[in-house]
Design a binder for this molecule. Structure first.
Ligand SMILES: [Zn+2]
Length: 171
């Protein structure tokens, strides 16, 4: 399914919509095309043929409630943030570890989870870093930005990037 970036009249990104939804907004003159790829698919109706745009912008500004751009903490998201590198040895990671163990009050939040290889995850167990003399190779931080939020949807259209803002990764 083709996805289209929907911008507010102010050019802030609102959400990703289906191609069908974007075309409906265009036909209803509620949105206008901001950008389209040259190789975009055409959307045919009996009387018209419209290229599916990459970005459309609403003609009228809509008020949206504040939304956190911080994505939920999931194993996959943490591994992506840390680029599958263990926070304890820099080796290949395929698990996530709570730096402050949950059994000891550690929270399931971005700043307390880190990618870890199976060996270090197992070795660390429910202990605190200072108890075993370990140090983190990097500080876990919360990623932000819509680009990050939408990564799981698959390929990000490069035309969207200027509108999606900075994506922060752990260093
Ligand atoms: Zn490791």
């Amino acid at each position: 399914m083709e996805r289209v970036l929907l911008l507010n009249a102010s050019c802030e990104p609102l959400q990703l919509v289906t191609a069908r939804r974007a075309i409906t907004l265009l036909i209803g003159e509620r949105a206008e095309v901001v950008a389209a790829r040259n190789d975009a698919l055409a959307f045919r109706s009996p009387s018209t043929e419209t290229r599916v745009p990459s970005i459309v912008r609403l003609r009228n500004y809509v008020k949206v409630p504040f939304r956190s751009t911080q994505p939920p903490v999931s194993r996959r998201a943490v591994l992506l943030r840390d680029q599958y590198r263990c926070g304890y040895c820099d080796g290949h990671a395929d698990t996530i570890d709570h730096v402050m163990p949950r059994s000891r009050g550690g929270r399931h939040e971005w700043t307390n989870v880190i990618a870890a290889c199976k060996r270090h995850n197992l070795q660390k167990g429910d202990r605190l870093l200072h108890e075993i003399g370990w140090e983190l190779l990097f500080e876990p931080t919360a990623p932000s930005g819509l680009l990050w939020r939408w990564r799981h949807l698959g390929e990000i259209d490069p035309l969207w990037e200027p509108y999606l803002g900075e994506t922060q990764f752990a260093a």
